[in-house]
Design a protein around this ligand. Structure first.
Ligand code: ADP
Length: 211
């Protein structure tokens, strides 16, 4: 168990001892034969994040990898159901999802996050809170017009009728990543092609190098 030195002034946290999972993670990774990783999919609503995350999850799981999908829509039914869509609430949503991802990463999981996460600075903070080899950012890049056309959950129609305020791409900004680990052009390529490219990147990244 490792005790982190916290500032004395922080009376709440100074009594909390962080339990190190590093050894357990290394053991688990050796046992399961692959490293843990957070693969963070960002993009407009309807750009294909959930579809691709599910597809990759199934492929990896069938091949014996430990995976979990953290889907923004699902999390908003439980863990994040108290949050709205203001920039502050969206940032809190991202923070919670990133902390849940960390818990699974520490158990050696491949965590597939499907979350609009529209603000670049917030995403960058998340990215920098993980070790470089533990995190990849994937941009599901799809034009707004195609996302609107697809409208798989009927949300664009509602947003355009004023029924959903602060909807990304309609009445709230989306800031594209500047240098993501991977761009999936989901307007042009098939689900299978996008998912296969991501799956291959993940499989390469989680390989345990044997010396
Ligand atoms: P998001 O999670 O980004 O809101 P969804 O995955 O829920 O988006 O919806 C994306 C829709 O677009 C689905 O109906 C999916 O079948 C369709 N689609 C078409 N081409 C692609 C592609 N290359 N990648 C992902 N989804 C695609």
């Amino acid at each position: 168990m490792v005790k982190i030195n916290l500032p004395d002034s922080d009376l709440t946290l100074s009594n909390i001892v962080w339990c190190s999972h590093l050894e357990k993670r290394i053991q688990r990774e050796a046992h399961q034969g692959h490293r843990g990783l957070v693969a963070w999919l960002t993009g407009l609503s309807g750009s294909g994040k959930s579809t691709i995350a599910q597809f990759v999850d199934e492929g990896l799981s069938r091949a014996g990898f430990q995976t979990i999908v953290l889907d923004g829509d699902n999390l908003r039914h439980g863990l994040c159901k108290d949050l709205g869509f203001s920039i502050a609430d969206r940032n809190e949503n991202v923070r919670r999802v990133s902390e849940v991802s960390r818990l699974f990463l520490e158990q050696g999981f491949i965590v597939l996050v499907a979350l609009v996460s529209p603000i670049r600075e917030t995403r960058d903070q998340v990215k920098h809170s993980f070790a470089e080899s533990d995190f990849i950012e994937i941009h599901c890049k799809c034009s707004l017009s195609i996302c609107r056309e697809r409208d798989p959950k009927g949300l664009y129609a509602k947003a355009e009728n004023g029924k959903i305020p602060e909807f990304t791409g309609v009445s709230s900004p989306y800031e594209e990543p500047l240098s993501p680990s991977l761009i999936l052009h989901t307007s042009d390529e098939s689900v299978e092609d996008s998912a296969t490219r991501l799956l291959q990147m993940i499989v390469n990244q989680v390989k345990i190098e044997r010396s």
